[in-house]
Design a protein around this ligand. Structure first.
Ligand code: MN3
Length: 199
């Protein structure tokens, strides 16, 4: 079965005015979709054609002769995870188990915000900022290009895309402003709590 583009979990204007429908339609309809097209072309006629997306990522991670497969598969997964990491009227302080764990592992919500903002702002070039569970503790990490914690021992809980295409239409070159808006208005803490509970 061919790999497919999952639909957005909300309408393309649902995150407006923070991220506009123009941003979401380009990011999902063009960028995310292109990774799906590329992966289907690369996997065609190979052993990867019948694997799940997660299997392709884990089987190709770190293999330079499989970089095309890895990059496109990981970008499909990362983007789907990113769409779920946001919701309309999201952002602000977390609730539930993740709130207590953030206080325990970072010291406070404010310390988490500082670490997550720093990770997003200092990822040189394209990449991702993550909140992960690693060895029973919450950690903030960043990955370049298509790299994903899915191919490591850490469990991803939340991600923020910091490729320029994620924010350039709405924020131009102001990545720090996009990060602030992501944290204050978009983060889906329900999704992070669900991922934490799944462990
Ligand atoms: Mn992207």
């Amino acid at each position: 079965m061919a790999f497919e583009l999952p639909p957005l979990p909300y309408s393309s204007d649902a995150l407006s005015p923070h991220l506009t429908a123009e941003t979401l339609s380009f990011h999902h309809g063009k960028h995310h979709n292109a990774y799906v097209t590329n992966l289907n072309n690369l996997a065609k006629g190979t052993e990867f054609e019948t694997k799940s997306l997660e299997e392709v990522i884990k089987l190709t991670a770190g293999k330079s002769d499989k970089a095309g497969l890895f990059n496109n598969a990981a970008q499909i997964w990362n983007h789907t995870f990113y769409w779920h990491s946001m919701k309309p009227q999201g952002g602000g302080k977390p609730t539930g188990a993740i709130a207590q764990k953030i206080d325990a592992d970072f010291g406070s919500y404010e310390k988490f915000v500082e670490a997550f903002s720093q990770a997003g702002a200092t990822q040189f070039g394209s990449g991702w900022a993550w909140l992960v569970l690693d060895g029973g503790k919450l950690k903030v990490t960043k990955t370049p290009n298509a790299e994903t914690p899915l191919s490591t021992s850490a469990t991803p809980l939340l991600t923020m895309d910091v490729w320029e295409h994620a924010y350039y239409i709405d924020f131009r070159n102001r990545r720090p402003d996009y990060i602030k808006v992501f944290l204050e208005h978009l983060v889906n803490w329900d999704f992070a709590n669900k991922n934490l509970a799944g462990k």
